[in-house]
Design a protein around this ligand. Structure first.
Ligand code: FMN
Length: 153
């Protein structure tokens, strides 16, 4: 075992393969999205999920002050969407959205979750968002995007 430093810590975590989501909220009718792979299921009953967001992330306050979010699980065909929403201040005009009452969803995803934020826990340099899942849909025909070793695979 090696003594931990930022380089070997990040590299070690990158060996955990994940899917990728884009979490969307809204402020003044503008949709704000962020590429997130710290998404995970938390509870079946009640249905709860979580993700963590960097405290210094652009638009952190928008997410922190939101009541509702969409979590969009990306398909293998949506690398461009992951790239767009991992930039600072991405232009959401390039994205096709499906609009519902509380929130917008990204078209073409493998699954969508409509969520209400019920708790936020600041730990270290990130905040864990705990969300109750209100509605879901999914597409059995699509394949997921995968992220491993800091690369799409
Ligand atoms: C595949 C992938 C997954 C990411 N997952 C997270 C995450 O779970 N939490 C997070 O805070 N940032 C995550 N990021 C980084 C953000 O998407 C974004 O790039 C970062 O917050 C810097 O931009 P910002 O300062 O505008 O927020 C991820 C980026 C990529 C490419």
């Amino acid at each position: 075992m090696k003594k931990i430093n930022i380089k070997n810590y990040k590299k070690t975590l990158s060996k955990f393969t994940t899917g990728i989501t884009v979490v969307c909220s809204q402020t003044n009718d503008k949709i704000i999205g962020k590429t997130i792979n710290s998404f995970n299921s938390l509870s079946l009953n009640p249905p709860l999920v979580l993700f963590s967001l960097g405290n210094y992330s652009t638009n952190f306050k928008v997410f922190y002050n939101s009541n509702y979010l969409s979590i969009n699980i990306l398909s293998s065909k949506q690398k461009d969407i992951s790239n767009i929403f991992s930039q600072k201040n991405p232009d959401p005009k390039k994205i096709d959205f499906i609009y519902e009452k509380n929130i917008a969803f990204i078209k073409g995803c493998i699954a969508h979750l409509e969520c209400k934020i019920i708790d936020k826990i600041k730990k270290g340099d990130h905040t864990i968002f705990i969300c109750k899942v209100l509605k879901v849909d999914y597409n059995d025909k699509l394949k997921p995007i995968k992220y491993f070793n800091s690369r799409y695979c």
